[in-house]
Design a protein around this ligand. Structure first.
Ligand code: FES
Length: 143
């Protein structure tokens, strides 16, 4: 009678080793699923362009250093340049007398054209296209 009961117990229950294997497999599978969801979401966010809207009517004229770009506004034109130095990619964060200066190795760019005035950078700053609403003076920049 006891042998029959043990056999029944063995059929209904899994042993501890099997249980731990299944539990480990479930935890790993759940972690992998969570990881793939998180990486897919962050990839989606990083691929979305940064959109910036600025009301240039309120801005006045001058050179404006923003987090991701440089806006140069005169009485007759607006230009938007990347603030990424073409030498090694440092962020340009200084302007003196119309020259945009890279803090890393001292490259200087003409703020009205983006052309290199002093190396080591060899290429001009890239321009960033934008759209303008003439009625409101608002420009939209997609980076
Ligand atoms: S990264 Fe700007 S000068 Fe080197």
């Amino acid at each position: 009678m006891a042998n029959i009961k043990n056999e029944l117990d063995n059929d209904r229950f899994i042993d501890r080793k099997t249980f731990l294997r299944l539990a480990s497999f479930g935890i790993v599978a759940a972690f992998m699923a969570l990881w793939s969801i998180m990486t897919a979401k962050s990839k989606l966010l990083s691929e979305q362009p940064l959109v910036s809207r600025i009301n240039t009517a309120k801005l006045g004229t001058g050179i404006f250093l923003f987090e991701k770009y440089i806006l140069v506004k005169s009485e007759s034109s607006i230009k938007v340049f990347s603030n990424k130095c073409t030498h090694a990619g440092c962020r340009i964060n200084q302007e003196i007398d119309g020259q945009l200066i890279c803090p890393c190795h001292g490259s200087r760019y003409d703020s009205s054209t983006g052309n290199v005035l002093q190396g080591p950078a060899g290429l001009p700053l890239s321009t960033i296209p934008f759209t303008a609403d003439i009625k409101t003076g608002e420009i939209t920049i997609k980076i």
